[in-house]
Write a protein of this length. Structure first.
Length: 334
């Protein structure tokens, strides 16, 4: 083989290798661009039927869609085991939402709307302030919601809340938990500065837990709807969420030394032993966390479109992981 032929073969080989490399770079760049564009545009949505029925199509997440576009703020659903897939949106808009037992509670700017399993309005109540928390009992018979009636953040101290509970079985309505009899530290207690928020219901459809604030401190309380009483259990507990087996609550706790605008860390409290477990999420979470099952909790943090959802083990192990972009107020059904 002549020297000229060898040089020609080398040049051709080099050109082929450069072309292959260029194609690989272009493909990688195109894929990255597509990912960036998809994130900029938000998750794909398709209009369709959204059901709150426990057995409708397997385990699902129903949530408020936060992606920009014509379906922002609408209730949407995805399969719980494929949260990254295209979302089915409902046309029903909510600012806060929760569902269980085939019943949904949808907070809008001026009213709380009870939804049936097909997202049809069952009843509605006017709201006295800015919607912030909502919960439905495991059996779907009770709904609770909290609104701000002064101020706009739990992080400060200049705010007032009103928490209401509706019994869908009887139509009974407690407009404010502040009307309940309070037992604090074993004694009857009354104060003009009492506020409640963050109700979470037990499976007996009677017992609930919530946050009570008074005298500059927050308390975990256990409530009895039939007796219209609340009893303080522990200080420095906010926005509790009861585990599916009723043995633990996950909550946000104020931690000394953290910034005033980001003061919370997630903890789990064992109700029987009183033991607290800090979770692996080190960012400040201002949310009422939900349980996906006995071992995992999900919560929101600020994101590109308002909020993203993250999951973390409930035993303090592991690390937080992003579950969904552009989503808020999830309910795990089925």
């Amino acid at each position: 083989m002549t020297l000229q032929r060898r040089i020609l073969i080398f040049a051709v080989s080099l050109a082929v290798l450069m072309a292959v490399g260029l194609i690989a770079v272009l493909r990688a760049s195109s894929a990255a661009h597509e990912r960036d564009r998809a994130r900029a545009d938000g998750p794909r949505t398709d209009r369709g039927d959204v059901s709150l029925a426990p057995d409708a199509g397997g385990r699902r997440i129903v949530f408020r869609n936060m992606a920009w576009g014509p379906h922002r703020d609408e209730l949407a659903t995805v399969a719980a085991d494929a949260p990254e897939r295209a979302r089915t949106v409902s046309g029903v808009s909510c600012l806060r939402f929760h569902a269980a037992g085939g019943t949904g509670i949808c907070l809008r700017a001026d009213r709380a709307v009870v939804l049936d399993a097909r997202l049809k309005e069952v009843s509605a109540r006017p709201l006295a302030g800015i919607p912030t928390r909502a919960r439905v009992s495991p059996g779907g018979h009770l709904a609770a919601w909290t609104v701000f009636v002064g101020g706009d953040s739990y992080a400060g101290t200049d705010f007032s809340t009103r928490t209401s509970v509706l019994d869908l079985r009887t139509g009974g309505f407690d407009a404010s938990l502040e009307d309940f009899t309070i037992h604090k530290d074993g004694k009857p207690y009354r104060s003009a500065d009492v506020n409640f928020w963050g109700v979470t219901f037990a499976a007996d459809e009677r017992t609930f837990y919530a946050t009570m604030a008074t005298g500059g401190r927050t308390h975990l309380v256990r409530g009895d709807l039939a007796g219209r009483t609340v009893t303080t259990l522990r200080e420095n507990v906010e926005c509790p969420s009861l585990s599916p087996d009723g043995t633990r609550v996950v909550f946000k706790k104020r931690v000394a030394g953290l910034p005033a605008e980001a003061p919370w860390r997630l903890h789990v409290l064992d109700l029987a032993s009183g033991a607290e477990t800090p979770l692996a999420e080190e960012r400040s979470v201002d949310d009422q966390v939900v349980w996906t099952d006995r071992g995992t909790v999900v919560y929101s943090l600020p994101g590109d479109f308002g909020a993203d959802l993250y999951a973390v083990p409930a035993d303090g192990s592991g690390a937080p992981a992003r579950l969904m972009d552009s989503a808020l107020a999830p309910a795990f059904l089925g």
